[in-house]
Write a protein that binds this ligand. Sequence first.
Ligand SMILES: [Zn+2]
Length: 476
Amino acid sequence: MRFAARLLSAVIFISFTFATLTSCKREPARSLYDLSIVYEEGKIEGKLVYKFVNSYDSTFNHILFNLHANAYKEGAIHRPTTQSNEVRAYPDGISYGKIDILGVRADNKTAEWTLLGEDCEFLKVTFDRLKKGDSISIEIDFHVDLPNSALRLGENQNGVNLADFFPVACKIKGGDFMQISYAPVGDPFFADLHDYEVDITVPSEYTVASSGYPTLTAVDGVSTTYSYELKNGRDFAFLLSKNYRVQSVTADGTVLTYYGFGDDGKEMLELMTDCVDFFSKSFGKYQYKSLSLAECQLALGGMEYTGLCFINCSLQKEDKITVAVHEIAHSWWHSMIGNDQSLSGYLDEGLCEYSTYLYVKNRIDKSLANDMINSTKLSYKSFFTIEETLSGDVNTAMERELDSFKSEYEYSSVAYSKSLIMFYEYGIAIGEDKAVKNLADFYKKNLFGVADLNSLISALGYGEHFRSFVEGKVLI
Ligand SMILES: [Zn+2]
């Protein structure tokens, strides 16, 4: 995610150099989302066939799914936005949405299921014992009412934001399913990698941007069905609009596509191409077949999904560039190398901010990169001073539950600004070339897995430096 924040005056200089890098894919048995949805104004009708492969050292007699869409329902406790952000989140007035489960089968037999959580945000499907190596097919029919909103999920004047709306298997940790409820601040997500086979049917006047690589398009006169595949995806999302202008290019085997509303498509596509080139050369190869960057009405600056970056269509040009770079960097620090965003959002957000700094410094303008660091330090120090004055005590610990953050301001100061300072100071201490080499090592060791503070330190060293920042012991 990226807040709409820092100004960066820049004339983009793009250089095209496509490296041929060798891929080192591992192909373990992965669970699969086979998802079919039909969009009509205000709603989604969907069918999910979740093919779960038990590759864990545990036996399961149920699967827990997260129903993120219930964060949007009236009276929800774990809401999708803060009160102070409601005007931007609901530009046409408060609106609600929800997901209804219509039926569940397990291996073609009617299955027992129940809703759990304060907002019915979890679906528990029960079945017979499933040992390691066994698999099961869970079929879920569902209906989603879409809110009118500029959030991750919602219809608005520019189109439809379709993310986190279908049942998503909760992350398995220590032989059990993690229960992460929605939160108005930060990204309340942590997922294992899956393969996806997805169909979406929309009225034909819509253009669809998605996380997947397109495999088939079928038109029946009034509606169009698009089919996609995605391997090793952390998540899967769509953006729909009747007004997209689309620009596409294939670079180093990856199809890059920009979906925009204005006339800057060529420039944005060049930025995307150059970013993927820079990050691939710096950290490691981009591993997916496609990457799309799409504008949308959004109360945030941007939002990351595997293969698809959302970007706020009302950003000024300078912010649009830094937000785009940040979101593209999430392909490395979220999709290919995951982390628990609900607990350690500083890890992916700080790495994306540091990657943005490196890109700006190396491919745009050194002095702008310095401005970015100076303004981040200033911004963090003013947060600290204000908090200390108001409450007498500032919690600057970086690894903590999202609901412990009092505001977006606190979250952005700690997870973005402080974390960027942490990585920047590391780069200064060890040398930026060495820092980038170590991040490439971090990528290699954790590709298609999940990382935490320990795995970061194991690749980057400087344990005391990172721990003292994360534990809130450093004075900046
Ligand atoms: Zn982010």
